[in-house]
Ligand binder design. Structure first.
Ligand code: IMP
Length: 420
């Protein structure tokens, strides 16, 4: 199908990168639609490791890559990524496109993100401290600085001076930390302006033309459904819209232009940062899953919290994204368990059981998981077909969601994938 969205169906880190890599090879254009350097993706191509945070990773294989208006761009990160790619022989000119409407993450956003988290203490969100929330906040209050401002030094200077004046008051008076020298920020940002200017593009027009020409366009979300600012587990969310509809908003295309929505879910669940997590594993099995799945953050190195698969949350993801098929990743991580619990319903505080994700935050905070236990397979998944119990696990998930599972991840390597 020409336009496909790949969306995280959980709290991020579902293994979207590997699925995107797989599908990017058959795509003409890969479009990242939200978030910024809070996402991280490591890919290994011909034995070489690339760590990418801003540009869709298809670029490593020479696939055209666009960053949409719904993203926030840290110019330091983007420039160093472009330099690194080029230094290692990957072409970027004519292949990387950055929306002029995307907002810039400025140094004060990073400082404010850290300061606010420190101040919140026990109540902190557990952000990646990359300035994401403060940058999106400035976009919404309309004092943000956009990628296209890089093209006009006069406008850039005016906007930086205006923003710095306001941010410095916050930094000094509210958080008691050093203000920024506006002139230094102007000089530093202008230094990046020349480097980034050739990449600034009308990405709405780019995608529209690609679709009209019958090209295959892949929209790549970062984070995941439950981290969505509107539909996720607020306030323990990111500040953008990872859900599939975010792709249309970010790239300025009509929602009917999207043909397929591929949800990506692990065969279990992980979550970084704070917030309620009904199917979180109790006891030492959690550490076992963490070690077997190497569940440590790519960007922050933090330990990820691990839970058994949560079908209530996944059913919600199918609904809010319009998921048409599902990729179930890291199924191999469960190969060492003789029994595998799956959360099929939530029990609310009043004892009532529900299949539907609670819309009320207190219901969600206080609900308990109702598990059904499936048989494990206790053998490696290194060759097709799947062992019978593993296939039954996959079929159970598909049946409960009413959505086909079309891709199964069976190992860490790029090749360890089965298409059903
Ligand atoms: P922020 O996006 O840095 O503001 O962080 C907000 C919340 O989203 C925190 O709970 C983060 O741990 C979480 N988060 C942000 N990016 C990712 C990601 O790529 N994977 C998983 N969690 C993420």
């Amino acid at each position: 199908m020409p336009a496909t969205v790949i969306v995280g169906a959980q709290w991020g880190d579902e293994g979207k990168g590997k699925i995107v890599d797989l599908l990017a090879q058959e795509s003409d254009l890969v479009c990242r639609y939200q978030g910024g350097p809070n996402a991280g993706h490591t890919i290994v191509v011909d034995g070489e490791t690339f760590k990418i945070r801003a540009i869709p990773s298809g670029i490593v294989g020479g696939v055209a890559s666009a960053i949409g208006a719904g993203c926030v761009v840290d110019p330091d990160v983007l420039v160093s990524e472009l330099d690194e790619l080029e230094g290692r022989g990957c072409r970027t000119d004519g292949l990387v496109f950055v929306s002029g409407n995307a907002h810039l993450i400025m140094p004060w956003h990073v400082a404010l993100d850290g300061a606010r988290e420190r101040r919140l203490g026990r109540l902190q969100i557990g952000t990646t401290r990359r300035g994401i929330g403060p940058a999106y906040a400035d976009k919404a209050t309309r004092i943000g600085i956009r990628v296209q401002d890089l093209l006009d030094p006069k406008i850039l200077r005016e906007k930086i001076e205006l923003a710095a004046g306001e941010k410095n008051v916050w930094l000094e008076r509210v958080y008691g930390i050093e203000p920024f020298d506006a002139e230094e920020v102007v000089v530093r940002t202008l230094a990046h302006a020349e480097r980034l200017a050739p990449y600034v593009t009308d990405t709405s027009l780019l995608v529209d033309r690609a679709l009209r020409d019958g090209r295959k366009v892949l929209f790549e979300g970062a984070q995941g459904t439950l981290l969505d600012l509107d539909h996720g587990t607020y306030p323990f969310v990111t500040s953008s819209s990872p859900i599939a509809a975010g792709a249309a908003v970010s790239f300025g295309i009509g929602p009917q232009r999207i043909d397929e929505v591929l949800g990506v879910s692990k065969a279990y669940v992980t979550r970084v940062g704070e917030g309620p997590f009904p199917s979180e594993i109790e006891g030492e099995a959690q550490q076992r899953v963490r070690e077997l799945g190497a569940e440590f953050g790519t960007v922050t190195g933090r330990e990820r919290r691990c839970g058994w698969l949560d079908l209530v949350a996944l059913r919600f993801a199918v609904r809010v994204n319009g998921i048409t098929s599902l990729a179930l990743t890291k199924v191999d991580v469960l190969s060492e368990f003789d029994e595998i619990p799956v959360c099929v319903r939530y029990r609310l505080l009043d004892g009532e059981e529900t299949d539907d994700f609670p819309a009320n935050q207190s219901d969600f905070h206080h609900c308990a998981p109702v598990f059904e236990t499936l048989a494990g397979w206790l053998e490696p998944l290194d060759s097709a077909p799947l062992p019978r119990a593993a296939r039954a696990y996959v079929d159970f998930v598909a049946g409960a969601l009413g959505v086909p599972v079309t891709i199964v991840g069976t190992g860490a390597s790029r090749e360890a994938v089965l298409t059903l």
